[in-house]
Design a protein around this ligand. Structure first.
Ligand SMILES: [Fe+2]
Length: 376
């Protein structure tokens, strides 16, 4: 009798009885007037797809492929949808087909998970305003961010920036999800895009090497630009704060040459038609690019190299983070002739820009006003 019980125990242990589920997401990335990327994860390997419904009711099922092979087989799923029209609202539902066995001549599928429909709206090319929220230095304390969001703050905003140091370091993927992505999904990220701006802490730890796997960055870089309404956004990657030779990097940091590559891109970018023709130009960067007497290596490198380029390009506003203190440098005080709003780790920035002004307010987690700035 004992033998039978032991055998049954062995059998039940060999059967995978865990349900096939969506573990994180979906969340929107890289939303443009003509496309969007939808990301989610499952607890078992799957083939991802998205059911899309256009405003006039046309339905399609979208899967991506690379080099002739349909995407799938992993746990993180990214589906890019292109060919959309600007200023339209689309409904979408993620679809995951579990893969039980994946051999050369035999593939077994398991359950199909069809999630409820969500929606997103592509930016209009003619919009005369844009609103956005900036959150930074959360350092995996997602509860603080949830407090701010659950109070209904920034609920109708068009987009969100996570301006760096959202995690302490990246030793495991779970830090990204419990640190901020899951909270973003709960409050807005199924229907509004967020932009993760790399801070110095996102460069640390083994999983930092795989950061791009969990997001979709425009042009597959951590620095890029895009238009929304009257604003041309410039997202910059500040790199690490200490010299590449610092002992805590153990010989694996190469940020000075990386930043010089970024600088070459920036010099071209500020001469582009999109930059020159925009009503406002706003730079989002984790470490503030300002001139100060005492600066660590990273801050000084940015000030020496990027500051003069941004000064002569005439940016209207820089929004930064990193110092964990609220500071506003008026145009004449940053050292480069542009205003810099540095947001602390306990506050949140809400910005509304129209054809005339950029209005930025800083609030605490309860939504109480800390400061207000109007940039003309
Ligand atoms: Fe930082």
């Amino acid at each position: 009798m004992l033998l039978i019980v032991l055998c049954l125990g062995a059998i039940s242990q060999s059967i995978d009885n865990d349900d096939f589920v969506v573990t994180h997401g979906p969340y929107l990335q890289n939303l443009s007037p003509s496309g969007v990327t939808i990301i989610w994860s499952t607890n078992k390997p799957a083939v991802p797809g998205v059911n899309l419904v256009t405003p006039d009711g046309n339905k399609s099922f979208i899967r991506n492929s690379h080099d002739g092979i349909i995407d799938g087989g992993g746990l993180i799923h990214k589906v890019r949808i292109d060919g959309l029209e600007p200023g339209n609202t689309y409904r979408y539902a993620i679809n995951s087909v579990q893969i039980l066995k994946y051999q050369a001549y035999r593939i077994y599928y398991g359950d199909t998970l069809a999630r409820k429909a969500e929606s997103f709206t592509t930016p209009s090319l003619k919009s005369e305003k844009v609103s956005f929220t900036v959150i930074n230095d959360v350092h995996e304390n997602s509860g603080k961010m949830a407090n701010y969001l659950k109070n209904g703050n920034s609920v109708n905003h068009d987009l969100y920036f996570f301006n760096g140091d959202m995690v302490d370091w990246l030793q495991e993927t779970a830090q990204l999800f419990r640190g901020f992505i899951d909270t973003a999904v709960t409050y807005f990220a199924t229907s509004k895009p967020f932009y993760l701006v790399r801070g110095n802490h996102e460069t640390r730890g083994f999983v930092a090497r795989e950061l791009k796997s969990y997001f979709d960055f425009k042009d597959d870089r951590f620095y890029y630009s895009f238009n929304n309404g009257p604003v041309h956004f410039l997202v910059l990657d500040c790199g690490e704060d200490k010299p590449d030779g610092n002992r805590y990097y153990y010989g694996l940091a190469d940020f000075d040459s990386y930043r010089l590559e970024e600088l070459e891109w920036l010099k071209k970018e500020v001469n582009s038609d999109a930059y020159r023709n925009a009503k406002h130009r706003i730079v989002i960067v984790h470490m503030p690019i300002i001139k100060e007497e005492k600066q660590g290596h990273g801050l000084r490198f940015l000030a020496d190299n990027f500051g003069p380029v941004l000064q002569s390009a005439g940016i209207d506003l820089m929004i930064s983070a990193h110092t964990h203190r609220n500071t506003f440098y008026e145009a004449g005080k940053s050292g480069f002739g542009y205003p810099v709003l540095v947001n602390s780790n306990n506050s949140f920035v809400e910005v509304e820009a129209d054809l005339k002004v950029i209005k930025a307010v800083v609030k605490d987690a309860a939504g109480k006003l800390i400061a207000e700035y109007i940039i003309k």
